[in-house]
Design a protein around this ligand. Sequence first.
Ligand SMILES: [Zn+2]
Length: 103
Amino acid sequence: MKIRKNDTVLVIAGKDKGKKGKVRFAYPKDGRLLVEGVNFIKRHSRAARGARQAGIIELEEPIDVTSVMLLCSRCNHPARVGFRFLEDGRKVRFCRSCGEVID
Ligand SMILES: [Zn+2]
């Protein structure tokens, strides 16, 4: 995947379009990301014995990786990400607008 945990992303589709957030978890198999503060879903919860109250809780749900773009930390633009090989053979991501290596 082009986006990984701890990346900062911009949401480009869906109800949270325009929001920015940090990727908390990545699920490469499903092509989904859990992004901080994005895609809250309301859930009704029953009172668990002891601690939690019954009522509505809001939870973040993973969103599709195609709904976000990586924000480049250097040029601060939503970056189209490319891959490139370094001299030591490592494969790294880079921002196609400013050329900065992201990894
Ligand atoms: Zn950039």
